[in-house]
Ligand binder design. Structure first.
Ligand code: PLP
Length: 411
């Protein structure tokens, strides 16, 4: 008799997006002539940069010819992409990485979820709240989370609230965790940490022998100087941090699928008998067993992100989204609403007016302004009283949505 991993049965079903879909569906059936503007989407809408498209075409042609054909590639990724990443994403920031420290993958979701494979199930975890749900669910699957309370908090996970009271800067945990998840610029709040704030976390991790999982999937949206793009800008981070990056939001690769993980040689954890073990070697072993590499065509497309043309096109796309975010931020300010994020991030974190709940505000916005957001409580208990909006829509929709919201709340 085969026995399942019972931890999967502990997972609470995530109803967030299906509940939204159900409400939107009911509204549209009753109001077929009303165009709802969807500002809840977490997916990009602009097409891939032309440089990436051309690189994919060239790579496809190579595969059609016997002399230039590529079959299985290196599990860790092709040198041409790893070299481009090290040179363009790190070296000019004074960060020196060796080729073996970068692992190409099929997107950050896989590795932020899978990294737990190389850690014991008894490690203690700390997460910021609200949070990208993959961090928690993957720990539930591994049996690391304990049991959930009625608010959805897991007994073995330390939640670090990020709210208006602490300006969305999490406080250092009172009880030492083995592993700390940080995501900056943050999904869902759109807020960031300064170098000084991030340094406190690196210092804490070094002092307490904790490992930081740093998710920098939205790094390309950073425009302010004092916001670090990589945790390795902070002294000492090479000894305690793993960083996750993605081409999804940077270059529109949500459907193409490519990202990478950095594990410096110095970052170590302990075997059960107390020996210090480099995580880089362990992850390489894990990847060589369970992952057969990202496709050649995809890696050539990712390489093109760093070409002269690619850089310009990527910047133009991100500037477009950031301008949407600026228009939305200003629109909310003009309407007297309180909004966070949207400066170094495609996400805006809108406070519900009059103390209404996330879902009440979702309903009001849908029924009266015909605008759809994502209830903040869906990202964790500290998200209650907020709505997440994204700047990934079209310019026209952003402007129209702000007009509608202004009309709704000015009356
Ligand atoms: N990390 C965060 C914080 C995200 O918001 C997302 C996607 O929305 C990911 C990782 C996953 O990105 P990818 O498309 O690279 O798997």
């Amino acid at each position: 008799m085969a026995i399942i991993n019972d931890n999967f049965l502990r997972l609470t079903d995530s109803y967030l997006f299906s509940d939204i879909a159900r409400k939107v569906d009911a509204f549209t059936r009753c109001n077929p002539n009303i165009h709802l503007i969807r500002l809840g989407i977490g997916d990009v809408t602009r097409p891939l940069p032309q440089a990436c498209i051309e690189a994919m075409h060239r790579a496809a042609d190579e595969l059609s010819n016997k002399s230039t054909f590529h079959g299985y590639g290196p599990e860790q990724g092709y040198d041409f992409l790893i070299e481009a990443i090290i040179k363009n994403d790190f070296e000019h920031r004074g960060i020196h990485l060796s080729q073996n420290e970068v692992f190409i993958n099929d997107g950050a979701k896989s590795d932020t979820g899978n990294i737990g494979d190389i850690f014991h199930k008894d490690n203690t975890i700390a997460v910021t709240d609200p949070i990208y749900p993959v961090y928690i669910d993957s720990n539930v699957m591994a049996g690391r989370a304990g049991i959930p309370d009625p608010d959805g908090r897991w007994s073995n996970i330390t939640y670090l609230p990020c709210n208006e009271g602490n300006k969305f800067v999490p406080q250092l945990p009172q009880k030492r965790p083995d592993i700390i998840y940080l995501c900056y610029p943050n999904n869902p709040t759109g807020t960031t940490l300064t170098a000084t704030e991030l340094k406190q976390w690196v210092d804490y991790a070094l002092k307490n022998n904790s490992i930081i999982f740093f998710d920098a999937a939205y790094e390309a949206f950073i425009r302010e100087d004092n916001v670090p793009h990589s945790i390795y800008e902070i002294e000492g981070a090479r000894k305690c941090a793993i960083e996750f990056r993605s081409f999804s939001k940077t270059a529109g690769f949500t459907g193409v699928r490519c990202g990478y993980t950095v594990i410096p040689d110095e970052v170590t954890a302990y075997s059960s008998d107390g020996k210090s073990v480099p995580l880089n070697k362990l992850w390489l072993r894990r990847q060589c067993t369970k992952f057969n590499g990202t496709s050649y065509i995809t890696q050539r497309a990712a390489e093109a992100v760093y070409s002269q043309e690619g850089k310009k096109q990527v910047k133009a796309n991100i500037d477009y989204y950031l301008e949407n975010a600026r228009i939305m931020r200003e629109g909310f300010h003009n309407t007297g609403m309180t909004v966070y994020g949207g400066k170094n991030s495609p996400y805006l974190w809108l406070k519900t007016p009059d103390g209404s709940s996330s879902w009440q505000f979702f309903d009001t916005l849908m029924n009266r302004a015909h605008v759809i957001g994502t209830p903040g409580v869906g990202f964790g208990p500290s998200g209650e009283g907020f709505l997440r909006l994204t700047a990934f829509g079209s310019r026209e929709d952003c402007i129209e949505a702000m007009n509608r919201i202004k009309q709704t709340y000015d009356n």
